[in-house]
Design a protein around this ligand. Structure first.
Ligand code: COI
Length: 356
């Protein structure tokens, strides 16, 4: 291995690449990782030298706090390749700000934004060959922070590790998604961590989601924990409802993640002249709209899942099927979003960042 320094970023080069061992036509989401990873440790009150080095296992004490108290946050973002081979990030500043917001909520020190942006661009630039062109193909980028201090006292760690790992991916959900509307379990509560991308938010959903899967559903649409009255978000996505021609999504709160795809779709819809409403929609309004025919679509929106149409939802043991719409908003805004991400359309919002 050779070691070089690029300004403050230390780069340790890999001797070989494992890219030839990967079957890009047959990828499991997030199962194959690229040649490099980014790593930066926090100790003595400061973030140490940011380093890009060959991807590999970590050696950690079993007493590291992350294993005991789940003090961990993460992000999900993607790099896209156009037909000329140029690579782009999509609104990376949003993810940078959000991981710091999540960190703050989890008592983790924030990471310097400029160092993170530079590290992101550099590591993606080094791994351009792993970004496959073609609609649906992308490089999923997973920044995360874990508490590494050794000791099982229940207090915030004094040491952390910030990392970025990356995986070539294509679709997260194959086909339409069927969802259960939560009437018992909850994802988040007022004053809780639902608005943060805290690792435990996802782990806590696995059990109720498994129960839903046993009944043939892929996801849960979470409702508020007080009354199970308001529709909030799905496990890995924010959720949109189209009632007549109005696109409705729940307002961001400390229970709901401020999704980058969500806010991008709202902008695209506004630009297209579609009426949008960011408001609390109740389950009974949804059921009534289904029964009177005004509910046209439900779709999820998230980085991994992009835009995922919901083909049916279940509530209190009733299953409500949704008919496919010819003028589907899910299809329209997914296409518009991807055209921007893959550099096939004008980017009037300046969302794309080219990676040199
Ligand atoms: C993302 O869309 O990046 C997510 O965070 C979903 C992930 C849990 C697969």
């Amino acid at each position: 291995m050779s070691t070089t320094h690029t300004s403050d970023l230390k780069i340790i080069k890999a001797e070989t690449s494992k890219i030839d061992t990967v079957d890009f036509s047959n990828l499991t989401f997030g199962a194959n990782f690229t040649d490099y990873m980014f790593e930066c440790d926090y100790k003595d009150g400061v973030w140490q030298t940011p380093t890009i080095r060959p991807y590999g296992d970590l050696t950690m004490s079993p007493a590291a706090k992350v294993f005991h108290y789940g003090q961990a946050v993460f992000e999900g973002m993607k790099a896209y390749k156009d037909d000329n081979g140029d690579v782009f990030l999509f609104r990376p500043q949003q993810n940078i700000e959000r991981i710091n917001k999540s960190s703050k909520r989890m008592a983790i020190p924030e990471f310097p934004e400029e160092i993170l942006m530079n590290a992101l661009k550099t590591i993606v630039s080094m791994e351009k060959a792993w970004v496959q062109p073609g609609t649906g193909n992308s490089l999923y980028i997973r920044p995360f922070v874990i508490a590494t201090q050794v000791g099982v006292s229940a207090s915030p760690s004094t040491e952390y590790k910030f990392m970025i790992i990356m995986a070539p991916v294509n679709a997260y959900y194959i086909g339409d998604v069927k969802v259960v509307i939560a009437d018992h379990f909850s994802r988040s509560a007022d004053g809780g961590v639902g608005g943060a991308k805290a690792a435990g938010n996802y782990g806590a959903q696995f059990y109720p989601t498994n129960l839903a899967k046993e009944k043939g559903f892929q996801q849960i649409i979470w409702t508020d924990s007080n009354e199970h009255k308001y529709l909030e978000e799905a496990g890995t996505m924010n959720v949109f409802f189209r009632i007549n021609d109005t696109l409705i999504t729940a307002p961001i709160s400390d229970r709901i993640l401020d999704g980058v795809t969500r806010k991008s779709i709202l902008k695209l819809a506004e630009k297209a002249g579609v009426k949008t409403e960011v408001k609390k929609l109740t389950v009974s309004e949804l059921v009534a709209a289904t029964k009177n025919g005004s509910l046209k679509e439900i779709f999820g929106a998230g980085t991994a899942a992009v835009v995922s149409p919901v083909s049916a939802f279940s509530f209190e043991e009733h299953i409500y099927d949704l008919e496919k719409q010819e003028d589907s908003y899910a299809t329209t805004f997914k296409t518009q979003l991807m055209d921007i991400q893959y550099n096939r359309a004008e980017d009037s919002f300046n969302w794309r960042i080219k990676v040199d």
